[in-house]
Ligand binder design. Structure first.
Ligand code: PMP
Length: 401
């Protein structure tokens, strides 16, 4: 992984151990170059431009869409809708699919560890429709409770929203099992894949969901760009989300007709350089040995777990052998933010707080946690440094009393 790490210029600065990858990953040169090449050479607005610069920009932009379709094995390129990220994708979906499907008395299921980006847009759609949100709880082991889920499915929910991998805990949802069960009651399935795409190859056809959302910046791509993939039959049936240029076919003062997919859902000038950067990130990831990267990340995470488990005064949350990317812990009696600031003094970046999962924190009766999250470029030596800093902290607080 040493040569891979060298491709990330931000990691070359001294005194930085970056373990906040679930919040956002660092970017390889290839992504940075793709974006700067666009601005240096090809910068123009996309679609319908008569001039060659616009044609080049359009080719690069639509090329990125094609790369993203390949990246998630979408059956059709036009099913890849560019959004600003997972949050934007969920807002699009909740607003548009919500209008199409939700009626008074309907139920929407969302898992207990969902990010606010899933909960809040769907909550608003449910309020508008007079529908209700029900949470799929966790069981005593820290996984989603399959029995409770089966019980909730008897309510015949219209939509089931599943977080593929929890950003707060790092544990994964058994998507195959949960989606198959949802289909038996004809629920529409939505997967928040924000914490999946950077770690394992994603095949939306194999996952067999109806919609899949993710953010570019958590998979080595830029901020401000993400994807909503959806089955084209449903996307075609859904009303547009935002209105304006690009998304129309004809406009008069009395009436407008709307463009085909994907443009129907992409009003206004898109984030062109960002889409190109995301296409470059997808290509970069696909060129890596992804099995090797996943195994490396798993080793880092499992090693961190094993080390933390040995420390008196540390509580780990939902730490399984198959966690993806992240693990969460607290130092007993200490505020998570204090731990984060201590680690920062040692040059170690982690994230502390509720991780945009307040309902999850409430169910665990926690105000927040410390989260360590790894990416392909992290090393065992970095985990050792992190553990050493935690040991120092424990020593410091123990001395204190
Ligand atoms: N869902 C999950 C699981 C996430 O981790 C995040 C980002 N923390 C989001 C949704 C929201 O992503 P974004 O802020 O990029 O829209």
């Amino acid at each position: 992984m040493e040569s891979l790490r060298l491709q990330f210029p931000a990691l070359a600065q001294g005194n930085l151990i970056y373990l906040d990858n679930a919040a956002t990953t660092q970017k390889p040169n290839e992504v940075i170059d793709a974006m700067s090449q666009f601005y240096l050479r090809d910068n123009a607005n996309v679609h319908r431009g008569a001039h060659r610069l616009s044609a080049r920009a359009t080719r690069a932009f639509e090329g990125a869409r094609y790369q993203l379709a390949q990246f998630i094995n979408a059956p059709k390129t036009e099913e890849v809708i560019f959004t600003r990220g997972t949050t934007d994708a969920m807002n699009l979906l909740a607003s548009s699919l919500g209008k199409l499907t939700l009626q008074t008395g309907d139920t929407v299921l969302i898992d207990q560890w969902a990010h606010h980006a899933s909960i809040v847009p769907w909550q608003q759609a449910a309020i508008t429709a007079g529908a209700s949100i029900k949470a799929i709880p966790m069981d005593g082991s820290g996984r989603l409770d399959t029995d409770a889920y089966r019980q909730l499915l008897t309510l015949k929910p219209k939509v089931v929203i599943l977080t593929g991998v929890s950003n707060a805990l790092g544990c994964r949802t058994d998507l195959a099992q949960f989606i198959a069960a949802a289909k038996l009651v004809e629920a529409i399935t939505v997967v928040d894949g924000a914490q999946m795409v950077g770690h394992h190859p994603v095949d939306v056809q194999a996952i067999s969901c109806d919609f899949f959302a993710f953010s570019g910046h958590k998979m080595y791509g830029p901020t401000g760009i993400g994807v909503l993939w959806g089955n084209s039959a449903m996307l075609n049936a859904m009303p547009p989300y935002q209105f304006g240029g690009e998304m129309i076919e004809t406009v008069s003062f009395e009436h407008s007709s709307f463009n085909l997919l994907p443009f129907k859902f992409e009003a206004g000038t898109p984030a062109i350089a960002e889409a190109i950067g995301l296409g470059a990130a997808a290509q970069w990831l696909q060129r890596q040995n992804r099995d090797e990267v996943a195994a490396h990340e798993q080793r880092l995470l499992n090693y961190a777990q094993q080390q933390l488990r040995q420390l008196d005064g540390v509580t780990l949350y939902s730490a399984f052998d198959d966690n993806v990317g992240s693990l969460a812990f607290n130092i007993n009696g200490e505020h998570h933010q204090d731990v984060g600031v201590w680690l920062d003094q040692a040059g170690i970046a982690i994230r502390c707080g509720h991780h945009c999962c307040q309902p999850l924190m409430a169910s665990l009766q926690l105000k927040g946690t410390c989260r360590v999250s790894v990416a392909a470029y992290n090393t065992m030596a970095e985990i050792d440094a992190f553990i050493a800093a935690i040991k120092d902290y424990l020593e410091f607080v123990n001395d204190d009393c």
